[in-house]
Structure formats: structure tokens, C-alpha cells
Design a protein around this ligand. Structure first.
Ligand code: ATP
Ligand code: MG
Length: 432
């Protein structure tokens, strides 16, 4: 690891040292206590926590006093010697010979009893706390594993723009932004651009933010979320589900392999799914929901509560396929055997989490796409370039989008999606 300034070791690296070795470490005061004139500081850096002992004899009286005065979250440089101490949780401590307070901190606002809203208002400070750091380390592993899966499987990374001219997911959740003398929107999905890219690279993906003006306040919607999207030339609905399943399995396995200890620290018991994910149809799904007393009409999209009830019936993530055409966006390919449903699949995560992936086979004929646009009262002239993709060597193709924060929420067992992202954006939150 890169080291800057005077420090010789990160806290994690102290484990390998011998009694009496001298070190310089740097970090922030995590806890502080005093016993019989001796000051005990628990110092944290990005790699761990170690106890620093400040007492007269090893240090000047003034320096012990400055350690005594230093408050929680002050930043320090500490020089000292390693002492093996079986009573300390890490087996070692540092007997300080010099302590320099680099940045003072007084009355750090985050307290054990701080309320949710207060913590959200102070997210810029809250991210330093153990629980938030652990959650964000799970996020890091989810993003890393997702990217890694795509690279290992030969997918080409391809980014769409953030400013776009037309809707992908329908007008209700569009964010409009002034764009010189025109109107632009923030992208709801990079799907259409990835569809353009398959003609150059066949299997493509992106991991970037999508924006949706979701007005309802739920535990699973953000207005800005990270979206891992893939689009595959020549893939049908089953091919798409195979990719989505393999990706989801890989992410959950790698998070456990690389950060199982962090999940444990978060008190999360998580087993990566082992068996093949069940695949059921929408019709079967609403039967299950009705047996659980959810009232749902054929044709309705599955709401949060319906998805929750269905996902509780399975130990594994479950695919729900072939939704009614009217419940889904215009680009989904109608089932040739039954045109009132489309060849789509959503993946619901277990434990009531609900949808983490939405995808399906796309319409690949220009004529059929025009028909669906007209049926949905959309103006084909707004989709000219998208229609072009069906004019020049169109191929059957499928794709999906996985919500990074929903996946983190599932794996880390978070009650609310807002802790799965460093600075959440919701209808009522644009600060900090
Ligand atoms: P929902 O019905 O739950 O709003 P959706 O059908 O609108 O989801 P898709 O358009 O299929 O979702 O988007 C693909 C994936 O992106 C979803 O499965 C989900 O994981 C994620 N996603 C969509 N909207 C949001 C959001 N507002 N906040 C966080 N993640 C989202
Ligand atoms: Mg939505």
C-alpha cells in the first residue's frame, strides 16, 4: 500500500512485528479512556484499530496532556514501540514515545444514539463509522465482482451518455434538465445505447448511474442509482437469464469469499445461492401471491408487496418471466406463441427484497417496434435512431439491468436502500 508522510506502517501491518520494534503510525481517535493517569487511545486507520498507550516516563508530561485533551476523531501521528499484550483484542499495543495532534476535533456530532435523519444529514461524517465503512466495503466488493464477471466473460465495456433526448422507461420518472435552448433528460438506463453497441461488440456492459424521478418513498428506490447493464447479440430470453444468473451467483460468491468477515461484523448471515434459480411465469407468480391473500389483477405489474410475498416463498433468487405486455415497456418482444405477454424476466432476491434485475428479449423487427410504439402512444420520430438499429442487420438480442444498491441491500441485509450508497439521493434528499 502507498504510504505518505512520516508513517512507517498501516495498523494491519503491525501484526507481523516484534516486541520493541519502533513504528510511526497515523490515524484518527476512535475511542479514548484513562486509568491511573495513563491515557489509552484506540487509533483507527483504513486498515484497523490499535491501542496506543500514552504515559509519563515514555513521553513528556506535556505530550501526555495533549493526548488527554485530544477528542474523538482527532487525527494523530504516533511514534512508539510495539508491546505484546494478550489483554488487547489484537494482541499488541503501542507504547507511545511521541504523539502529534495533526487535526483537532471537538465534539464529533455522530453519537451512538444519533437518529436516522440526523445521520443522513451528516452522512459526510457518518461514513467514518464502523457500520457505514463496513457497508461501503461490501459495496466495493459487489462492484468489483460485477466488473470482474463481465471482464472474465469477454464482455466489452461501453458507456452511454448521461444527457439524453428521449425516455427509455416512460415519461413519469424522467428528470428534465435545461440543455442550452433545448430540454434534455438524465438517462434512466443505458439500454438503448448498449443495444447500438452490440452491432460492434456483440456482448457489452456498463456500470454507471441511472436517474429516475421516483416520487414514491420506498425502501428500494433511489433517484440516482448505479446500474450494471448488459446487452447480448443473438441471445434469447433463456440466454439472458443464464447470464443474469451467473453474474448474480458470482457477485454473491465473491463477496462472501473476499468480505465474509465484514458480513459477519455486520451481523449478516448470508449464504451465496447454490442451486439453479427457479424460473416461474407471471401467471404462476400471481397464483402464489393470491394464495397469500394479495389482491392482484392479471395485467397489473407486480408491486413491492406482491414481490415481497413471492420472494419469501423461495430460498433462492427467482426469475419471473412473461409479464403481460401492458405491464412492461414497449421494447420488450411479445411472445410469438402468446402475444399478450412479453419475453421478459425479472429476478427477485429472497427474504422479501424483491426485484434486483429487470430484463428480457428486445423487439428486433422494425415493423413490430413501430407497432408497439404506436400502441403505447409514443411518437416514432423520437426513436428514429433506435429504429435504425432494426434496419441494418438486426439480430435477436436480449439484455438486462441489475441494480447495484438493491444487490448490496440483499447481500448485506440492509433494511433500507439508502445505506447501500455513500450519498443517497431521494425525492427529499439532495444534501450532503
Ligand atoms: P421497480 O419496478 O422496482 O421500480 P423497474 O422495473 O423500474 O423496478 P428496471 O427498469 O427493470 O426496474 O431497472 C432494472 C433494475 O434497476 C431494477 O431491477 C432495479 O434493481 C434497479 N432499479 C430500478 N429503479 C431503481 C431505483 N429507483 N432505485 C434503485 N434501483 C433501481
Ligand atoms: Mg421503477
Amino acid at each position: 500500500m502507498w504510504k505518505f508522510g512520516e508513517r512507517t506502517h498501516f495498523i494491519q501491518e503491525l501484526q507481523g512485528l516484534k516486541e520493541g520494534d519502533t513504528v510511526k503510525i497515523a490515524g484518527w481517535i476512535y475511542r479514548k479512556s484513562e486509568l491511573g493517569g495513563v491515557v489509552f487511545l484506540r487509533l483507527r486507520d483504513s486498515t484497523g484499530v490499535v491501542q496506543v498507550v500514552a504515559k509519563e516516563g515514555s513521553m513528556s508530561k506535556e505530550e501526555v496532556e495533549s493526548a488527554r485533551q485530544a477528542d474523538i476523531e482527532s487525527s494523530l501521528l504516533v511514534e512508539g514501540r510495539i508491546r505484546k499484550d494478550p489483554r488487547s483484542p489484537t494482541g499488541i499495543e503501542i507504547l507511545a514515545s511521541r504523539i502529534k495532534v495533526v487535526g483537532e476535533s471537538h465534539d464529533f456530532p455522530i453519537k451512538p444514539d444519533s437518529g436516522e435523519e440526523f445521520l443522513l444529514d451528516n452522512r459526510h461524517l457518518h461514513i467514518r463509522t464502523t457500520k457505514m465503512r463496513n457497508t461501503l466495503l461490501i459495496r466495493k466488493e459487489v462492484l468489483r465482482a460485477a466488473e470482474e464477471w463481465f471482464i472474465k466473460n469477454g464482455f466489452v465495456r461501453f458507456e452511454g451518455p448521461t444527457f439524453v433526448g428521449t425516455a427509455v422507461e416512460g415519461g413519469a420518472t424522467l428528470f428534465e434538465v435545461p440543455y442550452f435552448n433545448k430540454k434534455a433528460y438524465l438517462t434512466q438506463s443505458s439500454q438503448f445505447y448498449l443495444e447500438a453497441a452490440i452491432f460492434a461488440f456483440e456482448n457489452v456492459y456498463t456500470i454507471q448511474p441511472s436517474f429516475r424521478a421516483e416520487k414514491s418513498r420506498t425502501r428500494r428506490h433511489l433517484t440516482e442509482f448505479w446500474h450494471a447493464e448488459a446487452e447480448m447479440a443473438w441471445a434469447d430470453l433463456n440466454g439472458m437469464m443464464d447470464v443474469a444468473e451467473s453474474l448474480t451467483r458470482y457477485i454473491s460468491q465473491k463477496v462472501v469469499e473476499r468480505a465474509g468477515h465484514i458480513l459477519e461484523a455486520l451481523n449478516r448471515k448470508f449464504e451465496p445461492p447454490d442451486n439453479r434459480f427457479p424460473r416461474i411465469t407471471y401467471d404462476e407468480a400471481i397464483e402464489i401471491a393470491r394464495k397469500k391473500e394479495v389482491s392482484i389483477e392479471w395485467g397489473d405489474d407486480l408491486g413491492t408487496e406482491t414481490e415481497r410475498v413471492i420472494s419469501l416463498e423461495f430460498d433462492l433468487p427467482v426469475f419471473i418471466t412473461k409479464y403481460p405486455k401492458k405491464a412492461k415497456a414497449f421494447y420488450h418482444k411479445p411472445d410469438p406463441k402468446r402475444p399478450d405477454v412479453v419475453l421478459c424476466a425479472d429476478l427477485l432476491a429472497p427474504e422479501g427484497i424483491g426485484e434486483i434485475i429487470g430484463g428480457g428479449q428486445r423487439i428486433n423487427s422494425e415493423e413490430e417496434l413501430l407497432m408497439r410504439l404506436r400502441e403505447e402512444n409514443l411518437n416514432p420520430s423520437n426513436y428514429k435512431w433506435y429504429l435504425d438499429l432494426r434496419k441494418y442487420g438486426s439480430v435477436p438480442h436480449s439484455g438486462f439491468g441489475l441494480g447495484i444498491e438493491r444487490t448490496i441491500r440483499w447481500i448485506a441485509g440492509l433494511p433500507h436502500i439508502r445505506n447501500a450508497i455513500p450519498f443517497p439521493r431521494t425525492p427529499t434528499r439532495l444534501y450532503p
